[in-house]
Design a protein around this ligand. Structure first.
Ligand code: AMP
Length: 424
């Protein structure tokens, strides 16, 4: 390579043609699912005030203490956003979105930046999609956020995931729990890793998050937050579990699940995949009833999730799923003769108007060559039309997968092929 040629920074990658189609396909699923759930898109700047992120995520977190890309210009301090919850909360306050009435259901997709050590599933520029439901403390809001997240993966065909669920309590419960943790860890302090020793005074809950080998036996025996939840938190947690049950969303309770960020209250969750290796979280989130007040707004309860696009694609790859793979037509119209071709052209228009992906031969090829082409394109159905069919007003609909045929009118064909509308 020439001495003066440039490469991307460590942990930053180009998304090339062949990959970008997969990104578009996943983004499409996210936008479509958002529409179904009635979440509205919000796009915030990539640069935010450093102080917003420091306050919003918490000074003691790894992200704020060592992973932010920051710079100053004149009087202003800029940070490349490491996540989007604090920026969305800032926008909510700045634009008085509370005055739009009801709750705000917002979602986003975009690049985030963290100066982490790059490895599989961990980059310095990565992409997240996520959602925030702001203005409700009801357990139904937590269930809605989790259902939205779960549905996106389900639609992509990723079904071997586990939803881990916990409640991290409110400040009152957490105060009692922190004391219990310090009481438990104090006699063991000299055996803990250096990082856990540092966390002991400031944020002992984060010791539970430690990946250090020497901490593991002590973490295993530590008291559980669930034993310290007050009545309000317990009720809320039970309400969330009941609603997930109603929605048929299965979960595994994990009383050791603590999120790295300080602003979480009550519900915490993570969606993990066996296909991701050591970075096994596809995404996660929880309730953050304290954040909006922390960054200057009125006390406002909220719940949200954030997921990584790169890990979404790693999971797809491991399962042999290619999002946005070569598109397949629902219908290929096979025509014999000029009148049939004209009928075909008009019928393509009516099929497409109802959302059916359809094509035909445009080169006057033989019926045999057209059938071959339909097979090559993997069309699900063929409509076969010649003089006889035109005279009868009934056409052959051939199911190419099951190889069976039926004679139907055009209306019957459309009814048969229309994408199902599911109301319940
Ligand atoms: P977090 O905001 O840390 O809770 O992360 C939420 C999700 O974002 C994770 O589950 C990952 O899918 C993704 N994510 C976080 N950090 C990175 C990173 N450095 N590289 C790639 N994906 C990441």
């Amino acid at each position: 390579m020439a001495k003066d040629s440039f490469r991307t920074h460590h942990g930053m990658v180009d998304i090339l043609p062949g990959e970008s189609e997969q990104w578009q396909a996943i983004e499409k699923i996210i936008h479509e699912t958002a529409r179904e759930f009635h979440f509205r898109e919000i796009r915030t700047p990539v640069l935010e005030p450093t102080e917003l992120i420091a306050r919003g995520i918490g000074q003691l977190t790894d992200i704020v203490s060592k992973e932010m890309f920051t710079f100053s210009r004149g009087e202003d301090n800029y940070v490349l956003r490491p996540e989007c919850t604090a920026p969305v909360a800032r926008a909510y306050i700045q634009h008085h979105l509370d005055q739009r009435g009801g709750t705000q259901k917002l979602y986003y997709i975009g690049p985030m930046f963290r100066a982490e050590r790059p490895q599989k599933g961990r980059q310095r520029q990565f992409h997240q999609f996520g959602a925030e439901l702001i203005g409700s403390d009801a357990p139904a809001a937590d269930a809605e956020i989790i259902a939205f997240m779960a549905r996106i993966y389900e639609k992509a065909g990723i079904r071997n995931t586990t939803l881990k669920l916990n409640s991290v309590g409110d400040p009152e419960s957490r105060k009692a729990y922190k004391e219990a943790l310090q009481h438990y860890f104090r006699p063991k302090l000299s055996h803990l890793s250096e990082i856990s020793q540092q966390r002991f005074e400031t944020n002992p809950m984060r010791i539970l998050d430690s990946k250090e080998e020497e901490d593991q036996p002590f973490i295993a025996g530590a008291p559980l937050i669930t034993d310290y939840l007050n009545e309000e938190c317990l009720d809320h947690y039970a309400g969330v579990k009941e609603r997930l049950g109603l929605l048929g969303i299965s979960y595994t309770e994990d009383p050791r699940l603590v999120r790295g960020l300080d602003y979480y209250t009550k519900t915490a969750f993570e969606l993990v995949s066996p296909d991701l290796g050591s970075q096994d979280a596809l995404g996660g989130g929880g309730r953050y009833d304290l954040l909006i007040e922390e960054i200057g707004g009125r006390p406002t309860p909220a719940v949200g999730f954030a997921s990584g696009m790169e890990r979404f694609l790693i999971a797809c790859d491991a399962l042999g799923i290619t999002p946005g793979a070569d598109p397949i037509p629902d219908v290929y119209i096979v025509t014999r003769g000029e009148e049939a071709e004209k009928w075909g052209l008009k019928t393509l228009k009516s099929l497409r108007a109802t959302g059916i992906a359809a094509t035909m031969d445009f080169a006057g090829r033989s019926v045999k060559a057209q059938m071959k082409d339909a097979n090559r394109e993997q069309a699900r159905y063929c409509i076969i039309v010649g003089e006889e069919e035109l005279n009868q007003g009934r056409f052959t609909l051939r199911n190419m997968i099951e190889s069976d045929e039926q004679m139907l009118t055009p209306d019957e064909i459309i009814t048969r092929l229309m994408p199902p509308v599911q109301l319940l």
